[in-house]
Every structure is written in C-alpha cells, then in structure tokens.
Design a protein. Sequence first.
Length: 465
Amino acid sequence: MIKKIVSIKRTLSKQLKNLISLIITGLLLSGLCIAQNSEKPNVIVILTDDQGSIDLNCYGANDLLTPNIDKIVNSGVKFTQFYAAPVCSPTRASLLTGKTPQHVKITEVITRSKLNDGLSNEEYTMAEMFKDAGYTAGHLGKWHLGHSEDKQPNAQGFDYSFGNLGGCIDNFSHSSYWQDGANYHDLYLNGEEIYSDGEFFPDMMLEEAKDFIVQNKNHPFFMYYALNVPHYPYQGSKDWLDYYNEKGVEYPRNLYAAFLSTMDDNIGNLIAKLESLGLKENTIIVFQSDNGYANTQRAHGGGGSSGPYRGHKGSLFEGGIRVPAAISWTKNIQPNQTRHQMAVTADWMPTLADLCGIELNKDDLDGKSLVPILKNENIKSMHDEYTWQYQKQKAVRKGDWKLLINPVIKDPFYKNTIKQKSPYFLVNLKDDIGETTNLAEKYPKKIKELETIFNKHNIRNHKRK
C-alpha cells in the first residue's frame, strides 16, 4: 500500500504536491478536521446571562471560583476580543440566525406587552440548520425572542424546548421578574405551560438537559443551553453564599459570585454526563455570555465586573459588549489556545456549519466562519468593520478605531449618566482599552470615515427584508 501511494505521488506535479502538503500540514498543526457524515459531532451552545467581561478565573477574575467553565475554555480556543449585543434579545437573535441584530430588526429587549415582537419565523435558524442536517435540536432555558406561538422555540426549529419565554424569572416560583406587567408565570415545556413551584430552575434545566442527552446518545444532537444565570434575581446556593461571605467578598459581589459558582457547578455536572456516556470527545461546546454585567437596582447595583473595560449591560462601551467566549472540541481542537482577533456572536452559526460539514447558504449572513482563525492564530480577523445599535446609541469599529455616537452609561440605582456636548466619542482601543479619552476633536476625519461606515451598514439593513 505504501509503495502504491509513493508511486502515485511521484506522478503528481511538484505544484500539486506542494499544495497537498500545505493542506495536510495545516490540518495537522491546527488539530482541526471537518466532520464526516459517519461521525457527526454533537453540539452544545452554552449561553450565560449578564456575565461580566472578566468574570471567569481564566479571564482574570481572582475573587470567584469557576473551575468547570475554565476547564471548557482551557480545553479549546479562548477569544479575547469577542463581541455580543449590549442586551439579551439582540444577542440571542444574532446567535440563532448568523446575522446582526440590526439585520433581523431586533435591537432591543423583547417584552410580552408587544405580543407580535420577536424573531420572525421566516428567519432560518441554527436549530433548523442542524435539524435539516439530521440532528435533534433541543432548547433548554431562557428564550427571550418572542411570546406568540409562531415565535416560540418549537416554531423556530427546535424539536424539544423547556424553559421560560421572557427575560427573567424568579428561580423558585418561575414567575416573571421583569417590568412589563404583572408577575406572570413563565415556565413551558414544548409550548405548554407547566408548574413546578419551589423547584430551582437551573437545577430543572440541568436534569432536562441530561435527559435530552441520554435520549439522543445514539443520534447527533444540537443543544442550546441558554442559562438565566447570573442574571438577577441573584439566587445562588447557600453553600456558595456562605463561602464568599467567609472570604469577605463584599456586597453585592458576594451575591453575584454565589450565583455564578452555582451555575458553574451545574455546567460541570452537564459535562460529567457527557463523559459518563462517552460523548465528550466528539461534542463541540461553545461558551459565551450574552452581554456585560447588569448594574440596575434589581441587580443590587452591580456585582459583576468588566475589569479594565468601561461600561456594563446596556452600554456600547467595551464592558457592555465584550464578553467571554470559547469553543472546545476534544477530538479535533487542541487545548490551551487563545485568539485575539475580533469575532462576534453571529460567527457561531457559519462556524458550526463548517465544523460539522453542513452545507449552509452564507450569502445573506453577517457572521463569518471562524474556522480559518481556529486553524491559524496569525490570520487576520474575519471582520474588518462591525456596527452596533441600541436605542439612541450607535457604535462602529474598524481595526483599532471605535466610534460611539450618543454613548450613555446610565445607572438608575446611582443616577450616573455621562453627559457631553458632542454626540461623538472616538477611541483607539489599542492605546486606550478603557475608553477613557475622547479623541473626537483631534481626529475629525476619522469620525467622518467611521460614521460613513455605520451609515452604509444601516442603509443596507433597512433595505433587507
């Protein structure tokens, strides 16, 4: 057999042999292969809720414990410049469609008071992509993309759904903990309202997820594990709260940390289930937070941390949109890797399609496959420019330059609001990661360039269906 291969290789041109060699070398160095039909990987996307930019040990936090999430991050590729939207619903819409929030017309939080708001079922979702490829698709946890029947998970490609439809719930009564009306009950199984008063919602999610894995252990599955943690109300376990109180962690960081570590325990339990069934090696795990930490009154004024970054949830400064994110695949992605290229939530859908060998029409997508970056740490970012919009705030990034228009850090609890004469706030992130100095007056041409880019994207999005 070896002699035959050698003979065949000798008949190839030198140019073709070099090309084959480069391809093989690239695959071997990256430890990354595209899945074959006979060995489709399972996929779990873990989305946390209101987790601060650095609130993992592997991202720099030293006052809380997250060993299980750290293990996921360290077992694959960690991103240091990964971006989401500044609030929940837009990030979720972007994740499930591979498009920007502006493209799918979801740039603000979806509430039950406007029943027709939400993700259009005309959008082709990640769940539908996997389902069309022969996967069973499951949604566990928070939805927040619409309450009407045609916008619920089962109408968006999910074969199975368990969780809440709205933005946040009390974890024991499962009633809304939001502001758009009465504290309505919000717990559903495949579109039917169910009641389990007194049961801790994250634990219920975990058990449902483990059952889903067991039922599909012999069949490829996609699981969207959308946690409502550490979103307020902070309801971590007593053991973890006692731990942080004994360590002297101050309020409200102690409440937030206890909830986050409780979540970490459950994620560890979920991964242990994969391992016990022999599924971990060929399961792709994506981890990401949906936006920065919350600092409203219901969040006790804070608790999370954005580290060196300015801002928090609801802000287009880095602390509101730069989030922890990673991808792990024991079988094909080498551990302990870091990527510093800019990447965004919309990138996961085309990335997972490529990794799983799924044909996906990417013509109308804003997300870019991150596979080239996963293979080569030196390749440039897939995004030369990117834009955000939330209420009156706008932002655009091109290279290291970032322009914010009408930037606001508004905190109802402390009544702290940035006020400035000009609507423009210009920074160079390479020189000023904390976005402390406004360079707008110094570089008026750069403002014009970046605002033109934003307007170009805005016009294109308005023309889209």
